[in-house]
Write a protein that binds this ligand. Structure first.
Ligand code: ADP
Length: 225
C-alpha cells in the first residue's frame, strides 16, 4: 500500500485574526499526497493556494490543524527541526526561478548539495544528470541571464530536486511563461517528477495543466473539494 508523504488535517489559517478585517483563508483543509503521486491544487488567485503551500512546506504555521511530513508530525516541532526537514524532505519551485545570477546553471544545482554535505564531485555529477534529463546538458556552464525564461525554469526544477526531496511543492511553476513554452516546460517537469518517483503538490489556475496530473483538488471557500 502507498504511504502518504504529506498529510494536512483540519488546517485553519486566519490573517489579521483579532482585527475587523480578518481573512479566513483556510477553514479546515484536509489532504493527503501519496508517494509517487502528482496532485494539482487548483483555485483562482487569492483563494489561498500560496498560504496552503507555505504551511505544507513548513514556511508558515497554521492557526490550527496538523501537518505530517514523511510520517512525522511537524506541527509543534522547533524551528531548527522544521528547517532541517525543509532542507532534506522538501523541494520548492516558484513562478520565478530565483536562481543565483552570479553562478552557472550547474553551480546553482551543486550549491544546495554542498550545503547538505555532498562532495563536490558527486554534486557536480548529479547536477549534470539532472540537467541532461531536462534537456539542458549543453547549457550547464551558462549563467541564468544567458538562458531563456523556460530554460531558467528548467534549471530551477533541477535545483528543487538536487537534495532528493520526498515532496515537491510548486506554486504556478510555469505561470511566468508564454502558453506554448509553459506547455512544453510543464511536460518536462512532469517527466522529471515521474522519473524520480517523488510526490508533488502543484498549484496552478490552468485547468489543462491540472488535467495532466494524477488528481485535482480545488480550493474553494477555504476548503478542498
Ligand atoms: P493565492 O496563492 O491563491 O493567490 P494567497 O494564499 O496568496 O492566495 O492569499 C489568500 C488570501 O489571504 C488573500 O485574500 C490574501 O490577500 C490574504 N493574505 C495572504 N497573505 C496575507 C498576510 N500576510 N496578511 C493578510 N492577508 C494575507
Amino acid at each position: 500500500m502507498s504511504e502518504p508523504v504529506l498529510t494536512l488535517h483540519e488546517i485553519i489559517k486566519v490573517y489579521n485574526q483579532s482585527l475587523p478585517n480578518a481573512v479566513n483563508v483556510l477553514r479546515g483543509v484536509n489532504l493527503s499526497v501519496d508517494k509517487g503521486e502528482i496532485v494539482a491544487l487548483v483555485a483562482p488567485s487569492g483563494a489561498g493556494k500560496s498560504t496552503l503551500l507555505h504551511i505544507a512546506g513548513l514556511l508558515d504555521n497554521a492557526d490550527d490543524g496538523v501537518v505530517t511530513l514523511a510520517g512525522q508530525n511537524m506541527t509543534n516541532e522547533s524551528d531548527r527541526r522544521r528547517t532541517a526537514a525543509r532542507r532534506s524532505d522538501l523541494g520548492f519551485i516558484y513562478q520565478f526561478h530565483h536562481l543565483l545570477p552570479e553562478f552557472t546553471a550547474l553551480e546553482n544545482i551543486v550549491l544546495p548539495q554542498l550545503s547538505a554535505g555532498v562532495s563536490r564531485l558527486n554534486a557536480e555529477k548529479y547536477a549534470h544528470d539532472l540537467l541532461v534529463r531536462v534537456g539542458m546538458g549543453r547549457r550547464a556552464d551558462h549563467r541564468p541571464a544567458a538562458l531563456s525564461g523556460g530554460e531558467q525554469q528548467r534549471v530551477a526544477f533541477c535545483r528543487a530536486l538536487a537534495n532528493g526531496p520526498s515532496l515537491l511543492l510548486a506554486d504556478e511553476p510555469t505561470g511566468n511563461l508564454d502558453p506554448e513554452t509553459s506547455d512544453q516546460v510543464f511536460d518536462i517537469l512532469l517527466e522529471l517528477v515521474r522519473g524520480t518517483g517523488l510526490a508533488a503538490l502543484i498549484a496552478t489556475h490552468n485547468l489543462s495543466l491540472a488535467a495532466r496530473m494524477d488528481r485535482t483538488l480545488t480550493l474553494k471557500n477555504g476548503q478542498l473539494l
